[in-house]
Design a protein around this ligand. Sequence first.
Ligand SMILES: Nc1ncnc2c1ncn2[C@@H]1O[C@H](COP(=O)(O)OP(=O)(O)OP(=O)(O)O)[C@@H](O)[C@H]1O
Ligand SMILES: [Mg+2]
Length: 572
Amino acid sequence: MSNMVGIDLGTSTSEIAVLKDGKPYVIPNHLGEYITPSVVGLSADGRIIVGKEARDQLLLKPDDTVIEVKRLMGSGTTVFMGGKEYTPQQISAFILSYLVDCARKYLGEDIDRAVITVPAYFSDTQRRATVEAGKLAGIKVGRIVNEPTAAALDYGIDHMRECQNILIYDLGGGTLDVTVLEMFEGVLDVKASCGSNRLGGKDFDQRLMDYLLSRFATRYNLDVSGDKRALMRLKDAVEKCKIALSDQEEYHLLIPFFAKVGENPVSLEEIVSRETFESLIEELIESTAKQINTALSDAGLTASDIDLILLVGGSTRIPYVRSFIERTLGKVPQSLIDPDLAVVRGASVQVGILDNQLSSEQDIVITDVCPYTLGTSVLEYIGGFPVSDAYDVIIPRNVTIPVVKEKIYGTAADNQTVVEINVYQGEFKKASHNNFLGKFMLKGIPPAPAFQEKIAISFSYDVNGILQVEGRIVSTEKKVSLAIETTGVEMVSEVDTEGWDKASGARKYKAIIKKAGRMLETGEAQYYAIEMESLIRKIKTGLVRGDEPEIIDALKEELHEIIYELTEGKDV
Ligand SMILES: Nc1ncnc2c1ncn2[C@@H]1O[C@H](COP(=O)(O)OP(=O)(O)OP(=O)(O)O)[C@@H](O)[C@H]1O
Ligand SMILES: [Mg+2]
């Protein structure tokens, strides 16, 4: 018999679950553990290893081990493992294969389909990359489900009769999602989702690392930021320290033989207090008030309308996160679901919905939203002059999915026979400032005076969060459609951008890249995070490659405009 499973493919950890007799069961891996580190490595004898085994070799063999690959999904960047290049999809596929293999052996049944969860705020490209990872692992992805929505399903299946407004705050290793939903009589109606693909426990670790490194540098007048092995050891130690500080007030951090001062090995030793740690991460946590407020206002609710707060993700164990939520929403968050396993359990409930495995008492219905604005570029006439690069919204953010929307445009010039349809995701007024998803040509428009021929552009956004675009010439009914593929994303992967700041001419870009990086870190980049990241990458690539200064300046100008718009002109 073939089976479908639910998989939470996380930045730091991954889990797999199955639904049996209407109940979710998390399946242990080969080591008997429910939580598998999302780490892939190449063993000494050339085997691909996944999970704890890979995690254990990380410190000794950082070049043969890949961590946190989820952050690169759909980015066009590749990673190296054992000197060989892999796409993030391939690395993710190793994790999926491992989990599925554990489940096959545990259940003694074949598994060929899976529901895989992704952050609600994952883009179209990142979702497609996730589907591709499933394919590479030989698994058909039955559905992509948003992580907070899955967590809501886990809660909902046991509380079918409740009616209330719920806010889910999901802070994991690499991503933040805030989702607001209304629950009534077995219907879970997601109203809005807002988040950041670049905020999570990993960033807290980084803050603590920077702090310790700078103290070490001052004490010994030694910069170890180029020593990969030392950094990996430190990363490992700071995560342990961070986790310990969730339960205790102080932590004694000790890394023996951390570095050499002259000929003498020195240790890194510090007593880190919870207070110090909180002062380092405070700004990042507080910045998430923005996502909370946007999700609430998009849902048409205020904090006082929320009846129940559910916390998901390992990072919500940090006491400061809990007190921040309580302060911001004026309500104590409840521990009614398991922050580590709610997502995967909910994924298995989704399996039940898809496969009709739920009983009539468990007749749960779930709706979700598209958290992004999607649109196309149009030629706009302002004061009689054509202005290109105007962005026209077709699907506004936080509409319920699946959704199909169509808009009609007129031809811009006399006897125009071809129109180029560009598809973007983002909130900017200028199309090119948004995240470019793909384009196609619609040819064969009958020659006619401008505006006479009409072009219909329709966007359909499905339950998996995947977009299909269709262009149609109204008079002839001719259609062209575009399924946006991950391969459509620019590949800038071949260029290693490390050391970009030492490239010639890099000086004048340092300040803006630093500013943009900071905005990404604190979540200030909001909806523009993907655009900003892409611009930063392009600038660095250009510098390393020695591109023409004019090209790099144009990119800098674009980045400048984004920052200007985000800070309402207050910064830069
Ligand atoms: N007790 C704790 N206190 C503080 N942080 C913790 C604790 N336990 C786990 N974490 C952190 O939580 C993060 C992992 O959480 P989780 O497993 O929910 O994330 P993930 O699902 O891998 O990531 P994402 O959902 O962002 O893709 C790590 O950064 C880890 O250090
Ligand atoms: Mg997670």
